[in-house]
Design a protein around this ligand. Structure first.
Ligand SMILES: C[S@@+](CC[C@H](N)C(=O)[O-])C[C@H]1O[C@@H](n2cnc3c(N)ncnc32)[C@H](O)[C@@H]1O
Length: 255
């Protein structure tokens, strides 16, 4: 069973306040800044397909890959309901797939931090590189090490009500500074308030935070030209104020 197997049915509700449309606009603008304004876009670690659908609605020809069968099933159902033809497939972003000649590859909401070794990160970058056409652009975000170390980890509780459901999520994190990893132990209590039932789901997400120099080394080793790094949803450098940073790298050569 992969991570996200039990978590998947609750994923969209847990992140219902996340502004996927605004994020998609931001990523699209950065892609445009780097000379890619339209065409084929691959979403690596697409989850339930929320960014993928948003890109498709903006005219991109989108495909999506995710490790989790459950997340992919949800993405397929969402695309079918919206009448959008998006090839979603279950697969490992660290293994080369059949995708080629893409203008852009995106990997959003910490997929790079689910890769917890340098080898795995480099393998994911090689997949992105192989999928891109020359001149294509790779955009991804990651947990920025400077912020994780500066801010530390803490236990967080999130409660979401959408009648008749009430979700309570407890996130308790174990930080291993030597390995630059954080294991987030999620406990979800899923209540159906009208029926008085409650279900408990436990899932541990093993994450790795990265520093730009490590990312740059992995990108260079995977054939990319030097990357730019910035704090998520800004164009300023990664900062201790924000756990999330993003990087963009180009595949050498003309499209
Ligand atoms: C926090 S979710 C983000 C999903 C989606 N990109 C979004 O923005 O909602 C992280 C996703 O990365 C996927 N993932 C992690 N490692 C992966 C890998 N090696 N290959 C493919 N997908 C992976 C997980 O299955 C999960 O769907």
């Amino acid at each position: 069973m992969t991570v996200f197997a039990d978590y998947a049915p609750w994923y969209d509700l847990l992140y219902r306040d996340k502004d996927y449309a605004a994020e998609t606009s931001f990523v699209e603008a950065r892609l445009r800044d780097h000379g890619v304004a339209s065409g084929k876009l691959l979403d690596l670690g697409c989850g339930t397909g929320l960014h993928a659908l948003a890109f498709a609605r903006r005219g991109w020809s989108v495909a999506g890959v995710d490790l989790s069968d459950e997340m992919i099933a949800s993405a397929k159902a969402r695309a079918a309901k919206a009448g959008l033809s998006i090839p979603f497939r279950q697969g490992d972003a660290c293994e080369a797939g059949p995708e080629h000649d893409f203008d852009a590859v995106v990997s959003l909401f910490h997929v790079a931090s689910y890769q917890t070794s340098r080898n795995a990160l480099a393998a994911m970058f090689r997949t992105a590189h192989a999928a891109l056409k020359p001149g294509g652009v790779f955009f991804f975000d990651y947990w920025y090490g400077g912020a994780v170390l500066a801010r530390g980890v803490e236990t967080r509780v999130k409660v979401i009500e959408q009648k008749p459901l009430r979700l309570t999520r407890i996130a308790q994190s174990d930080h291993d500074e030597q390995a630059a990893t954080v294991t987030v132990n999620y406990t979800l209590f899923c209540e159906e308030t009208d029926r008085g039932t409650i279900r408990r789901v436990d899932e541990a997400h093993h994450m790795r935070y990265w520093f730009p120099f490590e990312i740059d080394a992995a990108l260079a080793g995977s054939g990319f030209k030097p990357a730019t790094h910035a704090a998520w949803l800004t164009q300023d450098g990664p900062s201790s104020k924000s756990w999330a940073a993003y990087a963009m790298a180009k595949k050498a050569g003309k499209p």
